[in-house]
Write a protein that binds this ligand. Structure first.
Ligand code: DUC
Ligand code: ZN
Ligand code: ZN
Length: 452
């Protein structure tokens, strides 16, 4: 064996038990109550610690051109930070150029990611253009191992309702899954213009331009179209209560409607936009009110929200400052890739949710929904993506102890009881006690096939 992790409490989606895990060639080779008889040079003692599967962050924007700049974390910094927060796979959004075939989007972004990634990665393709043969070109990407696509209902690169419908229909035909950023574009534009004309440029009016109903109405439409086609749909970064209700209803009716939320929506409300540094929290959709936050937690606990992912898209302070007096100029996005698993696990450590639930929403479910058969759990035969977590370690997040390239974080000062102390990516140590131990280029593209 190459590695044995002994005496820890192993956490799966269904149970927690004391045991050992043995790793050979990057794969989990054995799990048992006592593997002492197996010869191994590298034995890690996890007494008093939890042993968990690495998290899968199904939503990042690394090196993404957006808002007049490029997000602060490239593929190296973003995956380095992921490793240090116990995330061993990231799904990045590769945004299509106009007139670009879907497979070429993957190849273009993979040329950037492959030499840099420190943990494994996958892509969703952000669809902009389906004219001519481009719609049909989705099939080639699915066959290559990229069977998920995202449409934006907002932004200048967003798609029309008609294109969204065509993409959903094509996805149904070829066995792909469509992810959607759901907000009502017309409403956003109208409210942004109104508040700007009134001279209301503070961060609070970013929220006021995209309040609860702006997101909820788009959730409703997106779900309606998916239902009419009986096509599966994954709603990214769900942040509002009504949207949760629409998802719950669709699930009850038997439709494959999946929902993701993000740690920023679980931890912050729209009150942050009243802060002096409110612009740093500007992302879309924005944080919502307390009722929405409560609804997100409840839906997560009862299984109507399937996954937690980050929408990691940090920008530097100087870029956020472009919009000090005019929220329209603030690049949208916040940090999260290093914070998601520690935050969720600290909630479990505090008894607010179970560790098994955290494993389900941060690892098992994203692996199942997006067809990562070799990831998503501590199971013999899967990749040895393993996190050792010390439930007694106290940790305060500061920009300095994070491993990204950004210069500020919305998580500054967050106190966590319990923290990851080691991360293994396919059996290789990539993080230990506050220090990154990995290397660029280690991460591999995860090719996927959906099970539907
Ligand atoms: N929202 C953000 O805040 N940033 C990146 C893209 C998005 O949809
Ligand atoms: Zn989005
Ligand atoms: Zn996003």
């Amino acid at each position: 064996m190459d590695l044995i992790i002994k005496n820890g409490t192993i956490v799966t989606e269904k149970e927690m038990f004391k045991g050992d895990i043995a790793v050979k060639d990057g794969i989990i080779a054995a799990i048992g109550s006592d593997l002492s008889d197996i010869p191994c040079k590298n034995v890690v003692d996890a007494t008093g610690k939890l042993v968990l599967p690495g998290a899968i962050d199904a939503h990042t924007h690394l090196a993404m051109p957006f808002g007049g700049t490029i997000s602060a974390d490239g593929y190296y910094a973003g995956t380095r930070a992921a490793a240090c927060g116990g995330t061993t796979t990231v799904f990045d959004f590769a945004l299509q150029d106009f007139d670009e075939k879907m497979i070429d989007v993957v190849k273009r972004r993979d040329a950037l990611a492959a030499p840099e990634a420190a943990v494994d990665y996958a892509f969703h393709i952000g669809v902009k253009d389906v004219h001519g043969e481009l719609l049909d070109s989705m099939k080639e990407a699915v066959e290559f191992g990229v069977p998920s696509f995202k449409v934006f209902m907002v932004y200048d690169f967003g798609v029309t309702d008609g294109v969204f419908y065509q993409v959903l229909e094509k996805a149904k035909e070829i066995g792909a899954l469509i992810c959607v950023h759901a907000e009502n574009n017309e409403m956003v534009n109208t409210l942004v213009a109104k508040y700007s004309a009134e001279g209301k440029g503070d961060a609070w009016h970013h929220y006021m331009s995209r309040p609860e109903f702006v997101e909820a109405e788009a959730d409703f439409r997106a779900i309606s179209w998916a239902k009419s086609l009986n096509a599966p749909l994954y709603i990214v970064h769900l942040a509002n209560k009504k949207g949760v209700e629409y998802v719950t209803k669709a699930k009850e009716e038997g439709y494959k409607i999946y929902a993701e939320t993000c740690p920023q929506y679980l931890n912050f409300t729209c009150e942050v936009y009243k802060r002096e540094d409110g612009r740093n929290f500007v992302c879309s959709p924005p944080m919502k009110g307390q009722e929405s936050q409560d609804a997100l937690w409840e839906a997560l606990k009862r299984g109507d929200i399937d996954t937690v992912a980050t929408d990691h898209c940090p920008f530097q302070q100087s870029e956020k400052d472009w919009g000090k007096d005019d929220f329209r100029k603030i690049p949208n996005g916040c940090a999260g890739v290093e914070n998601m698993y520690p935050y969720m696990l600290a909630k479990a450590n505090a008894g607010e949710i179970s560790f098994m639930k955290v494993v389900e929403v941060c690892s098992g479910n994203p692996a199942r929904i997006f067809g990562c058969t070799q990831k998503g759990g501590l199971i013999v035969g899967k990749d040895a993506d393993i996190v050792i977590y010390d439930p007694e370690k106290d940790f305060t997040v500061t920009c300095e102890n994070m491993h990204s390239d950004y210069d500020h974080t919305i998580w500054e000062g967050t106190q966590l009881h319990g923290y990851p102390v080691k991360t293994f990516s396919r059996g290789r140590l990539v993080y230990e006690d506050g220090e990154f131990k990995g290397e660029p280029g280690w991460g591999k593209l995860v090719k996927r096939k959906l099970s539907q």
